[in-house]
Design a protein around this ligand. Structure first.
Ligand SMILES: *Cc1c(COP(=O)(O)O)cnc(C)c1O
Length: 396
C-alpha cells in the first residue's frame, strides 16, 4: 500500500487541472500581449480564468494579480505594504511567530532594512486573538499579516475579526491563505481582507503559480519590474497554461467543498482518535476544532521525527515532520516552539495531512503503522528508558 498523507506540502494535480494545462500548452501558447489572433486567444483564456477564479473566491477579477506562487505573493504583499507605509513615515509591521518562512524571512530582511517588526505570540492552542492584534497596533503601524491557517498544525485564525480591527484602525491587513483556499469556504470580500496570498499546488493545481489578491482601492507596488503585464503590477509573460490549470482546480475544489469538508474532517478525527487511543505520551498540536479538515499534527515523547518519517516511508506512508522546509534540518520547527513545545518534544513531531483521495482503510492502516513505528523507536531510545525508569520527567 502507498499512502499519500502530505497534502499540506503539495497535492496531486487533478485530471481536470492537467487537461486545462495541456490545452494551454498545445493550443493557447501565443503571447497574450500579441495583437494577432493566436495571442488574443491566449489573452481571452487568461481573462476567462481570472474571472472564474474571482467568482470562486468572492472578489472581482481586477483585484487579482498572478504570481509565481504563494512565496512570491507573500513577498510582494509585505514589501509593497512596507514601502508604501514608509512613504508616510510608518515603519512598524505586526505578524505572528508561526508564519510560513515566506513571510518570516521577508520580515527579517525588512528588519535589516530599518523596519520594526512585532511578532505576536501564539497561544498553546495555535491561535492568535483579535485582542492581541488590537493591543499591538501603533500610530506608525503600516501592516498586519496573519496567516489564515497554519501549514504545520492546521489551526484556523479569526481572520474576519482581525481584519475588522485593522480596518477600524486604518492599517492594511494581509493574510497568507495558501493552506486555506480550496479547503475552507472563503468569501474574500466579506472577511475584511486587504491582501491575500494563495498558491495553485495546495489545491490540486500546478506548482509555480499563485495569486496576490489586493482589494480595490488599496495601493500596491510590483516586486518584479519589466513589461506592463498584470496592469503593471507583475512583469513577465503570463504563464497561461498554469493559470488555466489553477482555475480548473480551484473551481473543482470550491464545487466539491460541501461534500469534501465533512468527509475529510471525519477521516481527520478518526486518525486523531486512533493515535490518541493507541499511543501513550503524545499530544495533538493545535486546537481540535479550529483546524483544517485534513490536518493531523502530533508530538510523541521520546521520539526523533526524522527516523519516524523514514520508517513510515518504508511502510508506504508519505508524511512530514514540521514543514517540508524544516525537515532535513536539525532545528525544531519554529511553529511547534511558538505554541510552547519544548525542544525535545518538538523534535518528535509528525504531520499527516489528508485529502479527498484518502480512505478510512488508509487511516486505519496509518494508525497501526504509526503505533508500530513509535513503539519500535521508543524501544531503542535511551531517552525513553530514562523516562520509563523515572530519571527524567514526562512532559506529555
Ligand atoms: C506552501 C505555502 C507557501 C508557499 O507557497 P509556494 O507556492 O510553494 O511558494 C506559503 N505559505 C504557506 C502557508 C504555505 O503552506
Amino acid at each position: 500500500m502507498r499512502i499519500y498523507a502530505d497534502n499540506a506540502a503539495t497535492t496531486r494535480m487533478s485530471p481536470g487541472a492537467i487537461a486545462a494545462v495541456k490545452e494551454g500548452m498545445e493550443r493557447l501558447w501565443g503571447n497574450p500581449s500579441s495583437l494577432y489572433s493566436l495571442g488574443q486567444e491566449a489573452n481571452e483564456a487568461l481573462t476567462g480564468a481570472r474571472e472564474r477564479i474571482a467568482a470562486a473566491l468572492g472578489c472581482s477579477a481586477k483585484e487579482l494579480t498572478f504570481t509565481s506562487g504563494g512565496s512570491e505573493a507573500d513577498n510582494q504583499a509585505l514589501r509593497s505594504a512596507a514601502a508604501l507605509g514608509a512613504r508616510k513615515g510608518k515603519k512598524h509591521i505586526i505578524s505572528t511567530a508561526f508564519e510560513h518562512h515566506a513571510v518570516l524571512h521577508t520580515l527579517r530582511a525588512l528588519e535589516r532594512e530599518g523596519y520594526e517588526v512585532t511578532l505576536l505570540d501564539v497561544h498553546e492552542n495555535g491561535l492568535v486573538t483579535p485582542e492581541q492584534v488590537a493591543a499591538a497596533i501603533r500610530p506608525d503601524t503600516a501592516l498586519v499579516s496573519v496567516m489564515y491557517a497554519n501549514n504545520e498544525i492546521g489551526t484556523i485564525q479569526p481572520v474576519p475579526e482581525i481584519g475588522r480591527i485593522c480596518r477600524e484602525k486604518g492599517v492594511v491587513f494581509h493574510t497568507d491563505a495558501v493552506q486555506a483556499v480550496g479547503h475552507l469556504p472563503i468569501r474574500i470580500d466579506e472577511e475584511n481582507i486587504d491582501m491575500l496570498s494563495l498558491s495553485g499546488h495546495k489545491f490540486h493545481g500546478p506548482k509555480g503559480i499563485g495569486v496576490l489578491y489586493v482589494r480595490r482601492g488599496v495601493p500596491f507596488l510590483p516586486l518584479i519590474e519589466g513589461g506592463a503585464q498584470e496592469r503593471g503590477k507583475r512583469a513577465g509573460t503570463e504563464n497561461v497554461p498554469a493559470v488555466l490549470g489553477m482555475a480548473a482546480a480551484l473551481e473543482e475544489a470550491v464545487t466539491g467543498m460541501q461534500t469534501n469538508i465533512p468527509r475529510v474532517t471525519a477521516l481527520r478525527d478518526r486518525l486523531i482518535q486512533g493515535i490518541r487511543r493507541e499511543i501513550s505520551h503524545c499530544a495533538l498540536n493545535g486546537d481540535g476544532e479550529k483546524r483544517l479538515p485534513g490536518n493531523v499534527s502530533f508530538c510523541f515523547e521520546g521520539i526523533e521525527g526524522e527516523s519516524l518519517l523514514l520508517l513510515l516511508d518504508d511502510k508506504g506512508i508519505s508524511a512530514s515532520s514540521g514543514s517540508a522546509c524544516t525537515s532535513g534540518s536539525l532545528d525544531p520547527s519554529h511553529v511547534l516552539l511558538a505554541i510552547g513545545r519544548v525542544h525535545d518534544v518538538a523534535h518528535g513531531s509528525l504531520r499527516l495531512s489528508l485529502g479527498e483521495e484518502n480512505t478510512e482503510e488508509e487511516v486505519d492502516y496509518m494508525i497501526s503503522a504509526v503505533k508500530e513505528v513509535v513503539d519500535y523507536l521508543r524501544g531503542m531510545s535511551p531517552v525513553w528508558r530514562d523516562l520509563q525508569e523515572g530519571r527524567r520527567q514526562f512532559i506529555l
